[in-house]
Design a protein around this ligand. Sequence first.
Ligand SMILES: Cc1cc2nc3c(=O)[nH]c(=O)nc-3n(C[C@H](O)[C@H](O)[C@H](O)COP(=O)(O)OP(=O)(O)OC[C@H]3O[C@@H](n4cnc5c(N)ncnc54)[C@H](O)[C@@H]3O)c2cc1C
Length: 433
Amino acid sequence: MERENFNQRVIMSEAQDRAEVVVVGAGLAGLACALDLVALGRDVRLVEASDGVGGRVRTDAVDGFLLDRGFQVILEAYPELRRRVDLKALDLKAFYPGALVRIGNEVHRMADPGLEMADALRSITAPVGTFADKLRVARLRQEVVGGDAERLLEAPAGTTEEVLREAGFSEGMIDRFFRPFFGGVLLDPTLGVSGRLFRYYFRMFAEGTSSLPATGMEALPRQLAGRLPEGTLQLDHPVRKVTASRVEFEGGGSLEAEAVVVAVEGPEAARLLGDRVADPGSRSVTCLYFDAPESPVNEEILVLNGNGPSDGPVNNLAVLSDVARGYAPSGRALISVTVVGEPNGSELELEQDVRRQLTGWYGDQVSGWKAIRQYRIAHAQPLQTPALMTSPRRPVRLDNGLFVCGDHRDHASLNGALSSGKRAAREVHRALS
Ligand SMILES: Cc1cc2nc3c(=O)[nH]c(=O)nc-3n(C[C@H](O)[C@H](O)[C@H](O)COP(=O)(O)OP(=O)(O)OC[C@H]3O[C@@H](n4cnc5c(N)ncnc54)[C@H](O)[C@@H]3O)c2cc1C
């Protein structure tokens, strides 16, 4: 990781206490907003509380392993991502389009009919759903693909579970496949998230592969940050307070501006902006990483718990070094385990529960795995119930002259964050013009 290079561009003399636009928060939304404003000829400062760019998309290098802060993937079909990111330069390593689902003590393959037809035909007899369910998957696929993907966010829908029931899926298919798969994507195994998002993600999965950059997820925001002009980015500068024309930093110092964009995560946006932006609430997730002498899966595929919580806390698992070799040192395997939510017990208690469950999956080899690190992410995504998503794009210009962007303005995804940043940049440019 070349963190030093970034720190070099961070230096900004205290004398430069003015900028035309200040963007607060260097996650994907803030980066997109800052880049678009720069492209429109604006003088921009991007100020970030932490020691790096990316926000929720960061990667830690630990003893030769690359640990993304929570299991996440790039969906290559994301429209805004495709427009602005050089995907080739990320050297993406694709997951198999489908999943292995554990039901009882058996493992069944579910393949995406659009991307892996031969496997999909073979998986028709897998007891993950009925034969009719497999046809319903194909029908749903037909319904969502084609035309502008944004239409799926605009069409009214109940919860994801309601959408699945309306489409006629059986209990078995919902519980064994959709609940762990989309419960993992939307961080809500109750499938109470808006069906608009379900349809949108279903299309994204149908239209392209999910992948990891060869050098970790942080390569994505770092690519964007690398395009900022020298001196634009200022790390390690937590903002304490904002007004329409000024930001004040924790520990002193401030920046004057003609426009201020708050590009921080939802709960922090609510703190900085008072009652102008409501706290969107939080979906949390916990990710455990294990170092193993060999992969228990030996395939670039997601493994789902199709048995539900009675099996244990693990929702899904993937051996990231099977997907992208560089995630682990030579001769080792990196296992990523996702537990949806933030468990009450200690890290050790959770690790023991996870080991117990995975011993049921993979046997005694699990005792030879070394726990590397656990990430408990309290705010992984904002809540996205049908009521909260009635307007899929919330305003980015506030009535007090401030601007706001972030996934809580669009929807919780890499694409949603980028697209909210783009909208905010446009509004700022219009206001300053
Ligand atoms: C574990 C996990 C898995 C995910 N998986 C996927 C996935 O597979 N695919 C997908 O599309 N999406 C996924 N997401 C969602 C996606 O990562 C987010 O929606 C997106 O990254 C949000 O970007 P953002 O810019 O809106 O916010 P953030 O990334 O949260 O950026 C906000 C930035 O503001 C900074 N900040 C906060 N307060 C201050 C302050 N006071 N002063 C200065 N700076 C401040 C923060 O440090 C941060 O850098 C996942 C998220 C998590 C956590």
